[in-house]
Ligand binder design. Sequence first.
Ligand code: ZN
Length: 376
Amino acid sequence: MSEWASVLLVFWALWLADGVKLPAAARFGLAGAGRSARFVFGRLLLPGWSPTGWSVVADDIPFAISPVGISNRPVGAAGRPAEAPARATEWAWDDILETEQKGGWITINGARFCRDTGHLRAAQILGLARMPEPVRTARVGWWLQRWLRPVHLRRRAAALAGRTTMPALLNVLFLALAAVITAYLLADGASRLTPKQAESVARALPFVVGYLVLLHLAALAAAWMATRRLKVPGEDKRTIALFSAALLPPQALRLRALAGDGWFPAQHPLAFALAFAAKREREERAFQVLGDLRWPIGEADDPPLAKTVAAWHRAELTKRLGPLLAAAGLDEATLFAAPRADGPASCRYCPRCRSQFTTETARCPHGVELRPVAKG
Ligand SMILES: [Zn+2]
């Protein structure tokens, strides 16, 4: 029995570790179940435990874009702390001659520009640079709209669930059976049965293992067929992932998530929050995004063109977010209502980060103008 126990221990340890992500920079991890998802922002992203779950990693848009050019100063960031350059790099469209995707980064004219988050591929940046006016201005607006489509994200989640019903179901059966076997062995089930019963269980065990192998193979085949129907743009890593999962069964128990790799388009994290997050999380993300739009920080030393680009993107994003937030029942006045003093000495607060201050200073350390706290 002890070899069985160690095999099971390794099995469950691998199952727990599968899907853990340690990205180089903080990202949004969504562990989805049905139509909702748990939201985490950080450098350690844990997978969901459900075999029927799906997952997405989302990023803030790492650049600002406008009809005159592009800069790597992010605007309307949902993550905190937001990743931002000390000083922005900016390009007028007409100056962009070549772009490249290299090691997770996008380079423009050979210089590192921003992280490759999928919002704009290197070729698409070059495409914009080569477009004549006014086609380009229209295209820039089109892109902004494409990153804000919660309804589309919800449709994608529904399609993913629909096309991965079979692998998810087979995963549930596999896990349930593995859990029963584990419980039987760990609780020393044999000692609780009559010798005759224990003997027949021991005789059945190889068949149960064979059944698990069949479930494993059937689930892989079903997942492979699902990936054929769920076409993803760019490089498709799912075939290699399925091959790896075939050799290591604990990796083949989140096949819905595996089949959904690359299925969700890169959008603004707030679009993901509006599509899937609980009310509190939606409010929190909307607060961060609007706070970043209203009280941008860190751009004092940016070149004039970068400031122009960021200002245009900010104004456009603010305008386009209005109807989305209204539809989600999020009201800006409520989100930014003055907080009550958190102590008798508190008199001012920062509207961007909510820190409270006991002195009548004019600005918080980030340079945001302070406001008086609510009385009473
Ligand atoms: Zn502040």
